[in-house]
Design a protein around this ligand. Structure first.
Ligand code: SF4
Length: 293
């Protein structure tokens, strides 16, 4: 059996940086409070929890004077203000790519643009971006949701429309939404705020799907970018499995393949990928050849 590993795949720059800052903070021996899960990977969060990470639902749950960690996908400015009021020591793990979306959102809304955010309205990154909007904003997830949005249904021409994207969206979708929005606006300003790690990983998994008999995508079921990788493989017609850890492998499914592709979400740590490759090799009954694509 041949095992092909997507390249690049797994931990992106932003999540690696967040994990390193967390590990550094936890080495001090004090508990560190993360608002919301800091990494969309339950296994990695469990590993850090053993070292003193406490995941809390909101800043209200962070004790006075505690160490608070802001995840890679950022938070609204109001959250930071409330942490400061509690005299928390803040470790800001916001990824620079997310910071860029927040900055663009603030700039566009301050300049009078109605802001469209292409993303998942329930995703914490989108909640954080909305916190930077000073005017009006609409979150859309597709061209259909753009057409059914209140601003599109109830307005004639829109004088100033801005468009940014959650960092993990697909380029193709952003281009489709931009084209549809252009038909309604007198002026449209679009910032492609999809991060390069996302773009590269999506491209790599598409290339992998073209060569493999089946692709296993490993990553948290709450990870948006892992879900996108899984969808790209499915859309290509190549069979795909989405698992969180090697223990969830469907052994028979693996046995039936000659060439297995492995891809991982941007929040999947290296150790989970290595465990997966070892498990596939074991199922293959011999040392499968692993190569990077
Ligand atoms: S996926 Fe992109 S935006 Fe998100 S943390 Fe990684 S590098 Fe940053």
């Amino acid at each position: 059996m041949k095992i092909l590993r997507a390249e690049p795949t797994g931990l992106c720059f932003g999540v690696r940086r967040a994990i390193e800052s967390l590990e550094q903070a936890l080495a001090g021996g004090e508990p560190v409070y993360a608002i919301g899960s800091p990494i969309h990977n339950p296994q990695e969060v469990a590993r850090l929890a053993d070292r003193g990470l406490r995941v809390v639902e909101s800043e209200a749950d962070v004790p006075e004077n505690a160490v608070a960690f802001i995840r890679a996908h950022g938070v609204a400015p109001a959250v930071v203000e409330r942490l400061k009021e509690k005299d928390a020591s803040i470790i800001d793990g916001t990824c620079p790519f997310v910071r860029m979306v927040q900055t663009r959102a603030r700039e566009l809304s301050e300049a009078g643009y109605h802001l469209l955010i292409l993303g998942d309205e329930k995703h914490p990154e989108v909640a954080g971006i909305l916190g930077y909007v000073t005017g009006k904003a609409t979150v859309i997830s597709s061209v259909a949701s753009l057409f059914s949005s209140t601003i599109f249904r109830t307005s004639g021409r829109i004088p100033k429309l801005g468009l940014v994207s959650q960092t993990t969206q697909e380029e193709r979708l952003l281009a489709e939404v931009a084209k549809a929005a252009a038909g309604k606006a007198d002026e449209l300003r679009v910032y492609n705020t999809i991060c390069h790690a996302t773009r590269e990983r999506q491209q790599a998994v598409a290339e992998l799907a073209a060569k493999a008999d089946g692709v296993i995508v490993i990553g948290g079921h709450d990870s948006a970018n892992t879900g996108k990788l899984h969808r790209i493989v499915n859309d290509s017609g190549c069979p795909a499995q989405w698992i969180e850890h090697a223990g969830q492998l469907d052994r028979q499914w693996v046995k039936d393949k000659n060439t297995i592709g492995v891809a991982a979400g941007a929040s999947t740590p290296d150790w989970l990928i290595e465990h997966l490759i070892s498990a596939i090799r074991e199922i293959a009954g011999r040392q499968g050849d692993v190569s990077n694509e």
